[in-house]
Design a protein around this ligand. Structure first.
Ligand code: SAM
Length: 430
């Protein structure tokens, strides 16, 4: 979501005549887009923000914009007091404060274009991506902003505000525009992406949106994330199975394998319903890959409860598990009402156990592709190797002198590991 927000803001800045630079010292404007989902992310953001202070001292004209969850939807006076070198505070997904600030300085600034252009950008609600996306093959489109499902540990609803879906036409227009500019793969985003449309007057579903996006001629692939076990409909799963461009990859977090912990987390399902859902996904979508998220060390989590998570992960053999150690976030229910009583060392031990287990599972799953031919969409070349993904979201590297950017090619796999595979082009003369 933050990558999508940053790109949208970058597009607006480019339309105003700014060029990107990789050197902070050269910048006229620096935007720090922040995540605070865990304490470590917040600390990183604050560290980065502090490192910008000398730049501002050396160049008072530099505009520093702090964006995202460190600011939150309600704004934050304390942040302004603590970091006085920040010029603009922007809530998540909202480029407007920066553009307004630059607009107000426009009279003095010669580096940005005239006021009408600023007004156009403000008026169109930042929905028009810039007409030069460089070599972007895979783009994100947020379709549901905010979240209203109050998981007891999660700061996102407080920081990103209540759930609201983007209008259907707006999403379609953005997708057509991106594809016209060379994008081949679109990933639809939402905290609970399956709830898309429930708050819109016509109640369109994610499945309908996928069907309409599927009609875009030069679009090769469509993904969506993140799903919630309670909101994945049969219609959605059948649509994924039916439409060839919709990737057979599902991101559906479980968070814990113990029912009491799931209840305390406020997730709204049990381990056995999650197990049934995984079976249904696998029956409906042949060859599907599945990713999950897990939090270890939630308040009160006993060794026996952790073992249930371990055993469930071992049983389900999912393709990917994003693991996190519980981190109390000020303002959440769990931080207020539950004691963070699992010691850090114990959280780390549980984390490492799951990490080892998942590494073993992923190694075994990927080893099945050894000697096989798989189809890969190539997204970029870095350090002499082309990097791409299968529809099931497996990372694949290939060495080739050809220009494979944006191409879907068959690859013969000769090496597999837990996190990636390496192969050669199957039809090198094609
Ligand atoms: N919306 C998705 C869902 O319903 O699960 C996931 C979005 S959240 C940004 C990404 C992941 O961060 C979560 O799945 C969870 O595993 C992790 N997370 C959120 N709050 C956390 C906390 N307080 N401590 C540790 N991990 C956390």
């Amino acid at each position: 979501m933050n990558v999508a927000d940053s790109r949208r803001l970058a597009s607006a800045l480019e339309q105003l005549g700014f060029d990107p630079t990789t050197k902070p010292k050269e910048a006229d404007v620096i935007v720090l887009n922040t995540c605070v989902v865990r304490q470590s992310a917040e600390e990183k953001a604050i560290g980065r923000l502090s490192s910008l202070k000398p730049l501002k001292a050396n160049n008072p004209d530099l505009v520093i914009n702090l964006m995202g969850c460190l600011v939150g939807v309600r704004g934050n006076q304390k942040i302004r007091e603590k970091f006085p070198w920040v010029d603009v505070l922007s809530p998540p997904s909202d480029p407007e404060p920066l553009i307004r600030f630059l607009s107000e300085r426009n009279a003095k600034q010669t580096s940005i274009k005239k006021q009408t252009e600023i007004n156009t950008i403000l008026d169109n609600g930042f929905n028009l991506p810039h007409n030069d996306l460089g070599h972007l093959i895979s783009a994100y489109i947020p379709i549901v902003y905010g979240c209203s499902h109050a998981c007891t540990y999660c700061i996102i609803p407080a920081k990103r505000g209540i759930e609201h879906s983007r209008p259907y036409e707006e999403v379609l227009n953005e997708a057509y525009s991106l594809v016209n500019q060379g994008v081949k793969e679109i990933t639809l985003l939402g905290q609970i992406v399956d709830r898309y449309g429930l708050d819109l007057p016509e109640k369109p579903t994610l499945a309908q949106l996928l069907s309409d996006l599927h009609e875009i001629k030069d679009l090769k692939r469509i993904r969506f994330l993140t799903s919630h076990p309670n909101w994945m409909t049969d219609e959605l799963l059948e649509t994924v199975a039916r439409l060839p461009k919709v990737c057979e990859h599902i991101e559906v977090p479980i968070q814990a394998g113990d029912d009491e912990i799931l209840h305390a987390m406020g997730r709204g399902y049990s381990a056995s319903t999650y197990r049934q859902l995984i079976s249904k996904i696998r029956e409906t979508i042949p060859g599907v890959s599945i990713a999950t998220d897990i939090i270890v060390g939630f308040p009160g989590e006993t060794e026996a409860q952790f073992q249930k998570t371990y055993c469930l992960l071992e049983e389900l053999r999912l393709d990917v598990a994003h693991l996190a150690r519980y981190s109390p976030r000020t303002g959440t229910f769990s931080a207020r009402k539950m004691e963070d009583d699992v010691p850090e060392s114990e959280k780390m031990r549980r984390f490492r156990l799951l990490e080892e287990l998942q590494k073993k599972i992923a190694t075994e799953i990927n080893a099945n592709f050894l000697g096989q031919s798989i189809t890969v969409l190539f997204e970029e070349k870095s350090r002499g190797r082309w990097r791409g993904r299968t529809k099931t979201n497996k990372l694949v590297f290939v060495e080739s002198e050809k220009d494979l950017l944006g191409q879907e090619c068959d690859v013969d796999v000769y090496w597999t590991g837990p996190w990636s595979m390496v192969g050669t082009l199957a039809h090198p003369s094609a």
